[in-house]
Design a protein around this ligand. Structure first.
Ligand code: ADP
Length: 939
């Protein structure tokens, strides 16, 4: 067999003859001979190929050697549809050939089949002619699907075209004749006969509006045109005014198959409603914004005129109105007055003008009184205003809106919008004007009442600030709402720092607790008045006289707060108590002193005597207190003097203080001391004399006794002193002779028995001589001291500077070898006894030299004292311990040892005696180690 030659092939053992083989090999279809296989029930359920022609493989995809092997179709093509077995089984059974098209999904092929029984009834063989038409079938199916899709699209578009809210129309030809128009388009143009008509004829109102030109442009250029939110005026209803519609639209070129442009597709959407809604929304927004900002502005204004100006100009600007004003109506005079208004400059202002309401015509006034907004688009045309047009024209108005403001049934004000030309006012203009009018009224009202409130508050404050009483108002939460000046002053705070604060914080918790019972009472609705001591926070303890007055709300609101009136009576109370205390003290003192009080009103002659007064005078309580009765009670001897004293006291407004004698009924003759004080009236004349009287008899007697004793004692003392001094003088004097004998004896012994004496004896003898000499000095000193009290002082003017200088030179000369710097102040003078004063200076200068180192300064001078001048002698020596400053003036008192500073201790005693005899005083000022200053005065 030739491999390249497609041939009929059969299963071994199958022979069909040459003709058959040649025929089947030449077929342009697949051909196969199959043997049908049956199951046990006699149902065809498989087959096997007996022979296949050359195209078999191409159309089935099965290789002939597989097809013709032992395997059956079920094996070769697993899952082959039962359709095939059933169809072939039927052909075998009926013997009727069958032609059909069937797709085998398992094989993925579409077959065109012709099948016929080969052989007579009972044969199991079937010849099958078939073609694989898979590809042809799928193209066809696609074509059909496409056609269906197209149809669907067409239908859909059609329905869109018909039902779309979008309007669609096609226009053809030179003059754009309407060919189609969907219902939306018809609705847009008002359901007119437009099909078959040119654009111009169909919609004449669009002529000269540029649409025709636009279409032409699209037709010529092929470039679509789209318009957004285009306003079109359309005659949608016959005879009616054109109506504005707003459309978004597109003009597109319509092309023929050859690409030429034959017409225009006009489609678009009527967005009028959306636009209107949007515009409305925007307007509402603007209006809302305008009103809000206006409210804000008006709220902040406190002056009614400012409110008018702000409202008028805001409204005028917002609506673009030439003149806006707010006039107030005087209900009595029936005039309207405009304080200020707004104009855009095109008309004159009406500010400051007043005009009678009548001048606007009764119809218009009636509208206003009825509370209806008046809207006159054209005054000259409107029947209500036409007769008065001239009047309106005089104020430059041809169109207006007036909003009346009616309050409590009265026409109170009006807001007007004026236009110099007729103007169709919109409902929006009117609504806004009404709103602004109402708001302006409210703002003016608020401003006025606030001003009134401020005014009355200012007056109240003025009044309360002027009062010296603490005034406040506290709300029921116990927070200050009002305080006057005195209140804040009292707490040393700013007014602002008190208002709004809680009582406790301002008063302090102690005071708050103290006052709480009263606070509770007043919050209970009762007025309370009390005097109490309160311990305030910053003010401290105060006595107050307070009144709390509740403020009750209307109806059942209870107490809203309370007024506090406080007077600080601490001073008053303190003074009252102090006075009472003093009076009591005085009473006690008088009582203790057995003193009586008296009071004489010089002007009225009224006299008061205290009970003690009666006791002191021994007058019966029945006796009337009069000046005459007083005079009568005085001892005759003192009467005149007493009256003189009183008279003088009155005349000189001076203290009276004198003693009188009385005859006391049971105590006998008594001395009384009368002390009193004169009080002068406003005229400067004496109006009153007040005083006390007490018994001084005992004191006087005691004093007399004392004086007598002192005199006696002094006399005794003087005598004994003289005796003592005489004795001292005598002793000293008598000691002199024996001492002189001792001195002489020892000198003789020294002179004549010197060589017989041992050295020891001589030393003893020298010591004896020395002591005798010292004793002699002591005796001299004593004698001098004693003499000082006897010698008479001879007082003359003395040049103290001279005296001191002379004393210094004589004293210091005795210190041979030592030197001091001596300063004596020039021009010192005194009145005294020169001899003894020289002694004073000699003693003081001698001490100064003795107790100072070499080269030290010694000064003599004068110091001014409050009581007069004092002389002093000062040095820079060893000084004195001030503890002993008094002692050194006593005779023989020494603070230093003999060895270092020789002396007898009598010098300062002498000084003191001399100074005392001059009626002066001597003392020392010193600091140990830093020198001493001795000072003395002369009387
Ligand atoms: P005397 O002969 O001892 O100086 P006075 O009576 O003059 O006696 O002085 C008494 C004492 O006072 C002295 O012993 C001395 O201690 C003290 N005194 C007096 N003058 C001075 C002085 N200028 N400086 C220090 N001490 C003094």
């Amino acid at each position: 067999m030739n491999e390249t030659q497609p041939v009929w092939r059969t299963r071994p053992g199958v022979e069909l003859g040459e003709t058959f083989e040649a025929l089947s090999s030449a077929l342009d279809q697949g051909f196969c001979l199959v043997e049908i296989l049956f199951d046990e029930d006699g149902k065809a359920n498989d087959f096997r190929y007996l022979g296949v022609n050359p195209l078999f493989e191409r159309f089935t995809g099965l290789r002939p050697e597989d097809a013709l092997s032992d395997r059956t179709v079920r094996d070769l093509v697993p899952g082959l549809e039962t359709f095939w077995f059933e169809t072939y089984g039927r052909i075998l059974a009926t013997g009727e050939p069958s032609a059909f098209e069937q797709r085998s999904e398992v094989m993925g092929r579409h077959f065109e089949v012709r099948a016929f029984r080969v052989g007579a009834h009972g044969s199991r063989q079937i010849g099958i002619l078939f073609k694989d038409v898979t590809q042809a079938r799928s193209e066809e199916a696609q074509r059909q699907r496409l056609a269906a899709d197209l149809e669907y699209e067409r239908q859909r578009l059609l329905s869109i075209f018909e039902q779309a809210s979008a309007f669609i129309a096609t226009l053809r030809g030179e003059d754009f004749t309407f060919e189609h128009a969907n219902p939306a388009y018809m609705q847009l143009v008002g359901h007119r006969e437009i099909l078959g008509k040119s654009l111009h004829d169909a919609l004449p109102e669009l002529r000269e509006r540029g649409f025709h030109k636009l279409m032409r442009q699209v037709a010529e250029t092929g470039v679509p045109f789209s318009g957004q939110a285009v306003s079109v005026q359309l005659h949608r209803l016959p005879g009616a005014e054109p109506e504005e519609r707003i459309v978004d639209f597109v003009y597109e070129p319509l092309r023929e198959a050859d690409g030429t442009i034959s017409g225009i597709l006009a489609h678009g959407i009527d967005v009028t409603d959306r636009h209107r809604a949007e515009r409305l929304l925007q307007e509402q927004e603007e209006r809302k914004e305008f009103l809000l900002s206006l409210y804000d502005e008006l709220r902040s204004l406190a002056d009614p005129v400012q409110v008018m100006v702000a409202a008028s100009s805001a409204l005028g600007r917002h609506l673009g109105v030439s003149r806006v004003g707010y006039g107030e109506i005087d209900p009595v005079g029936k005039t309207i007055s405009v304080a200020r208004d707004f104009t855009d400059g095109s008309v004159a202002s009406l500010a400051g003008e007043s005009r009678p309401l009548d001048s606007f015509g009764p119809a218009i006034i009636a509208e206003l009184y009825a509370g209806r907004t008046l809207k006159l688009d054209d005054i000259a045309v409107d029947s209500r205003s036409a007769p008065y047009a001239a009047g309106y024209a005089s104020i430059g108005v041809k169109s207006l809106v007036v909003v009346p403001i009616i309050k409590d049934g009265e026409l109170r004000a009006a807001l007007y919008l004026h236009a110099p030309e007729p103007r169709p006012w919109s409902a929006r203009d009117q609504a806004l004007a009404e709103e602004v009018a109402e708001r302006t009224w409210a703002a003016i009202d608020a401003a006025r009442s606030q001003a009134a409130l401020r005014e009355s508050e200012a007056q109240l404050r003025l009044l309360t600030d002027a009062l010296p009483v603490l005034i406040s108002y506290v709300d029921r939460d116990l927070r200050y709402q009002f305080v006057n000046h005195a209140y804040t002053e009292w707490f040393g705070a700013e007014r602002g720092a008190v208002v709004g604060r809680h009582l406790r914080d301002v008063l302090g918790s102690v005071a708050f607790q103290e006052l709480q019972p009263h606070i509770e009472t007043v919050l209970g609705g009762e007025t309370v008045r009390f005097e109490t001591v309160v311990h305030y926070n910053r003010v401290g303890e105060r006595v107050i006289d307070a009144t709390y007055i509740p403020r009750c709300g209307p109806g059942d609101d209870g107490v809203l707060g309370f007024y506090v009136l406080v007077a600080d009576i601490t001073e008053r109370e303190g003074t009252r108590r102090e006075l009472a205390r003093r009076a009591e003290q005085l009473r006690l003192a008088l009582q203790a002193a057995g003193a009586g009080a008296w009071d004489w009103n010089v002007e009225t002659g009224t006299v008061f005597w205290s009970p003690e007064y009666y006791a002191v005078y021994g007058i019966s309580p029945e006796v009337e207190a009069t000046v005459e009765n007083w005079i009568a009670s005085i001892d005759e001897r003192d009467r005149e003097r007493a009256m003189n004293e009183v008279q003088q006291g009155l005349e000189n407004a001076s203290l009276v203080d004198f003693e009188i004698r009385i005859q006391h009924p049971w105590r006998g003759s008594r001395w009384l001391r009368v002390v009193g004080r004169t009080e002068l009236g406003e005229s400067g004349r004496p109006v009153r004399m007040t005083g006390i009287v007490y018994d001084v008899t005992d004191r006087r007697e005691a004093q007399q006794e004392l004086e007598r004793r002192v005199r006696e004692r002094t006399r005794e003392l003087e005598v004994s002193n003289q005796e003592l001094e005489g004795f001292t003088y005598n002793i000293a004097h008598d000691l002199r002779a024996p001492l002189r004998a001792i001195t002489a004896t020892s000198r003789i012994l020294m002179d004549e028995a010197a060589d017989r004496l041992s050295t020891e004896d001589r030393v003893l003898l020298e010591r004896q001589a020395f002591n005798a000499k010292k004793l002699a000095q002591l005796i001299e000193d004593l004698l001098a001291f004693a003499r000082l009290s006897r010698t008479e002082l001879r007082r003359v003017r003395i040049d103290v500077s001279d005296l001191a200088s002379a004393a210094a030179s004589s004293v210091l000369a005795g210190y041979g070898g030592r030197t001091w710097k001596v300063f004596v102040e020039a021009g010192l003078e005194a009145h005294g006894d020169p001899a003894t004063l020289r002694l004073v200076f000699e003693n003081l200068i001698d001490n100064a030299a003795k107790y100072s180192p070499d080269g030290g300064a010694i000064a003599v001078g004068r110091r001014s004292l409050e009581t007069g001048d004092a002389f002093f002698v000062s040095d820079q020596g060893i000084g004195i311990d001030m503890e002993f400053a008094k002692r050194i003036f006593r005779p023989f008192e020494r603070l230093h040892r003999d060895a270092a500073f020789p002396g007898t201790g009598i010098g300062l005693a002498n000084v003191q005696r001399i100074i005392e005899r001059h009626g002066g005083r001597v003392w020392v000022e010193s600091t140990s180690g830093q020198g001493s200053t001795f000072l003395f005065t002369l009387s």
